[in-house]
Design a protein around this ligand. Structure first.
Ligand code: VGL
Ligand code: ZN
Length: 182
């Protein structure tokens, strides 16, 4: 059984947000289109307290309950089965959806007989990367939907390097087109 993981498609990572990825909102129609092909859909939210060590590295973003932490308005939330909240403490970065504090994501997926996870969302070089590496560590067949991710690119090559790192770890890079043709 296959699960789609939608990572942090939140206003602060989309155009106009405080930690905007380039064209982050462009992943939304792609994700909406592929979601119905999966037995299970889990969306994560970066969900920080007002004050956290994380904000020493990053501008203040995705504070719990604020507009910046809401999903992009066009994301079809009716297809989402579970929301995983991460980065909720004052000490943890919560870069991986497997660090969610409201649900043990690995167990949640295993209990539902998921053996393959497909990862989409924001941002390629942080939360997508860390979630993908954790998915491999948890023995899931791990796919990254290359046209449904966007990067922060603190350095211009970060996106490219992240995709290579995921490949090297054993992730399969796949396009939404291939998913829709299966
Ligand atoms: C993220 C930087 C800081 C992400 C979250 O969702 O990729 N990046 N917090
Ligand atoms: Zn964050």
């Amino acid at each position: 059984m296959k699960a789609l993981l939608i990572i942090d498609v939140q206003n602060d990572f989309c155009s106009g947000g405080v930690l905007a990825t380039k064209g982050g909102e462009e992943v939304v129609p792609i994700i909406n289109k592929i979601a119905s092909r999966f037995e299970l859909v889990v969306a994560s939210k970066d969900w920080h307290p007002e004050e956290t060590k994380h904000f020493k590295k990053w501008p203040k973003h995705c504070v719990q309950g604020t507009y910046g932490a809401e999903f992009h308005k066009d994301l079809d939330t009716s297809q989402i089965d579970e929301i995983a909240l991460k980065g909720t403490g004052t000490l943890d970065d919560g870069y991986s959806a497997f660090d969610a504090t409201n649900v043990n994501l690995a167990s949640f997926l295993q209990e539902r007989k998921i053996d393959s996870v497909y990862i989409s969302g924001l941002a390629t070089d942080y939360c997508v990367l860390n979630t993908a590496l954790d998915a491999v560590r948890n023995n899931f067949h791990t796919f990254v939907v290359t046209d449904a991710v966007r990067a922060v690119n603190v350095k211009p090559d970060d996106s490219k390097m992240a995709l290579q790192q995921m490949k090297d770890a054993g992730c399969v890079l796949i396009s939404s087109e291939v998913i829709l043709s299966e």
